[in-house]
Design a protein around this ligand. Structure first.
Ligand SMILES: [Zn+2]
Length: 473
């Protein structure tokens, strides 16, 4: 009888969901909406690029536009960012001396994330209708709402909050993030207005992992505009790869994809690997390359430069291998409670499959790894990019290892200061090197291709230290 009741309950909820979706489609004018183009302005935030692990993502002025082909499940988002933080704080390409334009097309084979078409009000209806939706009542902000939910791609739960006017006010989902685990993505939609028979929200706010990533006021909506999008190349993230280049005696630069790169240092009985990179796959490729280059010595220490998404995504892979993590003490709560504490059930990684206790060395100002034959000095660098940033120095080789406040991209970037000006981020590195009286001859930046002459840094430090102008939009 319990089974029968449960089935009857499920059937009713599913019938309810179809009815609600039909009403929502009518209220939104979704039936004849094949494509849409919309644009506006507001703020974009650089995801997982905060100044401190507990701080919101850094904020930018943003012009925003999006084109969606609902029938093909394709979407193109374009954001043009300019500097907002004053003084510059955090990553995301800061300090921006010029506008930074980025565009990305996503499709149904793209990684599940905030840009999915099913996470827009009109896209939700189509996706939910073809995926056994369920309906339930839930309170939101003291109001009773109907929550319609379904599972996308047989893996990702999606929930839409439908109000009394049958408009979607909020869509929640969860995706797999290598650092945050089962990570919530919440998008809210408000101030719906009519655009040629279609109701469209003019306030859109998205939060990922608990902090805002986008806050947009929509000013222009074109239903059924001509949208011609080519699907993105299949495969998503490129295959992870790491290839060691010897840059000094017992020191290798591990170049590869996805970036940033890593550095390997050989000691008498073990090795030290610096930077864990942007994916678990790249961390595993780095570790495999370390073993190939130095076959009989284990990676004993992994130096994590800071908490940003492109530098900490491999941490859990090293914990799973029993490697001791060397990082700044500012990361303690975030790494112990969030990175190691959050559930990773959507896409279980090596550590989720085989849990293991982590070993950390928490660095305040200085930490030295030495075995009598080789020394690696690790220093905290006070700077605007990340409050917890560590750099390495190999005194025997006069080699500095640094990321993000000195890069060798090999191409112009919006954070290149105009002639005569010096980025405050670079200036902070110069100041720390001078203060420590480090005799630096070469620098191996993690965003780069290997070791470069220290002259590159001294040249970049000639001029007046000045952050970008911040416009008041
Ligand atoms: Zn960074």
């Amino acid at each position: 009888m319990l089974v029968a009741l449960a089935l009857w309950g499920a059937g009713a909820a599913s019938q309810d969901a179809s009815n609600v979706l039909t009403e929502v489609a009518r209220a939104l004018g979704a039936a004849d909406l094949k494509t849409v183009q919309y644009s506006g302005a507001g703020f974009a935030y650089a995801f997982q690029q905060s100044y401190r692990p507990d701080a919101p993502y850094p904020k930018f002025h943003a012009a925003y536009s999006r084109a969606i082909d609902f029938e093909r499940g394709l979407s193109r988002e374009e954001t043009v960012r300019t500097q907002f933080e004053n003084p510059p704080r955090g990553g995301g390409g800061q300090p921006l001396y010029r506008e930074a334009r980025a565009a990305a097309v996503s499709g149904e084979a793209s990684p599940w994330g905030g840009g999915a078409v099913a996470l827009t009000p009109h896209g939700f209806i189509k996706a939910a209708m073809s995926a056994s939706p369920m309906a339930a009542s839930r309170q939101l902000g003291g109001r009773s709402m109907t929550v319609v939910s379904f599972t996308a791609r047989n893996r990702y739960r999606v929930e839409a909050y439908v109000n009394a006017e049958r408009l979607i006010e909020r869509i929640d989902t969860w995706t797999a993030n290598p650092i945050l685990g089962d990570m919530p993505i919440e998008t809210t939609f408000a101030e719906y207005r009519a655009f040629g028979g279609v109701q469209f929200p003019t306030r859109i706010v998205q939060r990922q992992g608990g902090f805002p990533t986008l806050e947009i006021t929509v000013t222009d909506v074109r239903p059924n505009a001509a949208v011609t999008l080519a699907p993105p190349a299949a495969g998503g993230l490129s295959q992870a790869r790491a290839e060691g280049r010897r840059i000094a005696d017992g020191v290798w630069y591990l170049a590869g994809t996805p970036e940033p790169n890593s550095q390997l240092i050989e000691f008498r009985d073990f090795t030290v690997l610096i930077e864990s990179s942007v994916t678990e796959g790249r961390a595993l490729a780095n570790r495999a390359e370390a073993r190939r280059l130095v076959p009989n010595k284990p990676v004993r220490y992994h130096v994590n430069s800071h908490h940003h998404g492109d530098h900490a995504a491999g941490l859990r892979a090293f914990v799973a291998e029993g490697v001791t993590i060397v990082t700044h003490e500012m990361n303690r709560r975030f790494y112990e409670q969030v990175v190691l504490g959050n559930p990773h059930t959507i896409a279980p990684d090596a550590l989720a499959k085989a849990p293991r206790a982590a070993n950390f060395i928490w660095v305040d100002d200085t930490h030295v790894v030495s075995d009598g034959t080789r020394t690696l000095e690790i220093y905290h660098v006070p700077n605007g990019h990340a409050a917890n940033l560590l750099m390495g120095f190999v005194p025997q080789e006069k080699l500095l290892i640094i990321t993000d406040i000195f890069n060798d991209f090999g191409e112009p970037r919006p954070n290149d200061p105009p002639p005569g000006l010096v980025s405050p981020y670079y200036a902070a590195l110069g100041e720390r090197v001078r203060q420590l009286k480090l005799d630096v001859e070469r620098i191996a930046p993690s965003h780069g291709t290997g070791a470069v002459p220290a002259e590159m840094l001294w040249k970049a430090l000639q001029g007046k230290v000045q952050a970008p102008q911040v416009s008041r939009q």
